[in-house]
Design a protein around this ligand. Structure first.
Ligand code: PLP
Ligand code: COI
Length: 340
C-alpha cells in the first residue's frame, strides 16, 4: 500500500478522480451482482429519467484513517436507511442495506491509497447515488436504475477551515410542507444553486432557510443542519422538512452522553436567534463549521463566541465527534465500521 502523493493538508472540497467506482444495475425487477469499475464516465440514454425528470437521490459519508492506521467508515447503516427512504419517496427501488454497506467497504478498500493519512485534516468522501436510467418521456418512474458509489479525497467544506462563518437567512424557499426536504434528492440541490450563487456574491458562506410555510422558524442550510448552544443546552431543529442529518443525530447523543448537555430538538423561531451563545452547521461535509454571524435582511445577529474561533462547547462537540471518528475516543456500539 502506497498513499497517493497529494498535498493532503491543502485539499478543499472538490472532486479528485480516484481509481475505482462501484456500480450495480437494476433491470426486470432485480439488482445485478455489482462490480468495481475503472471508467468514471457514464454512457446514458438521451431520454433517461434522471436527465429529463431528475429522478436521482444520493448519500454522503466519509472514510477515515484512524490513529491506529485502520480505515473505517462512520455509521454507513444510517446512510443505507436514508437512501432507502429517499428512494421510496421518488418511486425508486431500494438498494438493500447489507449490500450498500458491503459496496461502501469494497469501493473504499479499492481506493485505500486515496484515504488521506491520519492527522492530515482530510478524509475520503464517499458519494453513493441512485438514478433512473431508461428512456422515459411521459412523467412516470423509470424501470431501470443504476446505483453507484464514487470516492474523492476532500478537505474542509468551507474555505478558511474552522473560522466562523457569516451566513444569511435565505431569500428563497428550500422545502415545501409535504415536499421533499426530508430526503436527499438531487432536485433539492438543483433548486438551491441560484440561491447559493447569489449568497456567495453577497459575501455569505451559506443560506439558512426558514420554514417555507411561515418563514418565521429556522430550518437548515443548503448542505447542513444547524445547532445552537444556550448555556448547558444543545438546541437543534425538529422539523419534518429538514434532512435528518446523521451528524446531527450523532451530536445529540454525544452532547447528552459524553458532554452532559441537555438536548432540545424543537421549533426555533427566528426571533430566538439573538439568545444563543454559539452556533454551528453540521453534516458529513461540514463536520461542525462554526457560525459567527447570521444576517436577516438588515439585522445582524452576532454570537458571543465571535468571529475568530469556535465557541468552547462547539469545540468540545467537534473534538469528541472527530475523536470518535478517528479512533481517539471510544465510540458507541456500531458507530465505527472497519473496512477490512
Ligand atoms: N442537510 C442537508 C440539506 C444536507 O445536504 C446534508 C448533507 O448530507 C446534511 C443536512 C447533513 O447530513 P449528514 O450529517 O447525514 O451528512
Ligand atoms: C454531505 O455532507 O455529505 C452532503 O451531501 C452535503 C453536500 C452539500 C456536499
Amino acid at each position: 500500500m502506497a498513499k497517493k502523493d497529494l498535498d493532503w493538508g491543502s485539499l478543499g472540497f472538490s472532486y479528485i478522480q480516484t481509481d475505482k467506482r462501484y456500480v450495480s444495475r437494476y433491470k426486470d425487477g432485480a439488482w445485478d451482482n455489482g462490480a468495481l469499475i475503472d471508467d468514471p464516465f457514464i454512457q446514458m440514454h438521451e431520454c433517461a429519467c434522471v436527465l429529463q425528470y431528475a429522478q436521482t437521490v444520493f448519500e454522503g459519508l466519509k472514510a477515515y484513517e484512524t490513529v491506529n492506521g485502520q480505515i473505517v467508515t462512520f455509521r454507513p447503516d444510517l446512510n443505507a436507511e436514508r437512501l432507502a427512504q429517499s428512494a421510496a419517496r421518488l418511486e425508486m427501488p431500494v438498494f438493500p442495506k447489507e449490500r450498500f454497506i458491503d459496496a461502501v467497504k469494497q469501493v473504499v478498500k479499492a481506493n485505500e491509497d486515496w484515504v488521506p493519512p491520519y492527522g492530515s485534516g482530510a478524509t475520503l468522501y464517499v458519494r453513493p447515488y441512485l438514478y433512473g436510467s431508461n428512456p422515459v418521456i411521459g412523467v412516470k418512474p423509470a424501470e431501470e436504475y443504476e446505483f453507484r458509489i464514487l470516492t474523492t479525497p476532500v478537505g474542509p467544506y468551507f474555505k478558511g477551515g474552522a473560522k466562523p462563518l457569516t451566513i444569511k437567512i435565505a431569500d428563497f424557499d428550500r422545502a415545501a410542507p409535504r415536499g421533499t426536504g426530508h430526503i436527499k434528492a438531487g432536485l433539492n440541490y438543483a433548486m438551491s444553486l441560484h440561491a447559493i450563487v447569489q449568497a456567495h456574491a453577497q459575501g455569505f458562506a451559506e443560506n439558512l432557510y426558514p420554514d417555507s410555510a411561515t418563514r418565521t422558524k429556522v430550518e437548515e442550510t443548503g448542505g447542513a443542519n444547524i445547532i445552537f448552544i444556550k448555556g448547558n443546552k444543545f438546541v437543534t431543529v425538529g422539523s419534518p422538512t429538514i434532512l435528518p442529518s446523521i451528524t446531527r443525530r450523532s451530536l445529540e447523543y454525544v452532547a447528552e452522553h459524553y458532554l452532559g448537555l441537555e438536548v432540545e430538538e424543537r421549533d426555533i423561531p427566528l426571533t430566538e436567534l439573538p439568545e444563543f451563545d454559539e452556533c454551528g452547521l453540521c453534516g458529513t461535509a461540514a463536520v461542525i463549521s462554526p457560525v459567527g454571524k447570521i444576517c436577516n435582511g438588515d439585522q445582524e445577529i452576532c454570537f458571543p463566541s465571535g468571529m475568530e474561533k469556535m465557541g468552547p462547547t462547539i469545540q468540545k462537540l467537534y473534538d469528541t465527534l472527530t475523536g470518535i471518528q478517528m479512533g481517539r475516543i471510544e465510540a458507541p456500539e456500531g458507530w465505527i465500521v472497519p473496512v477490512e
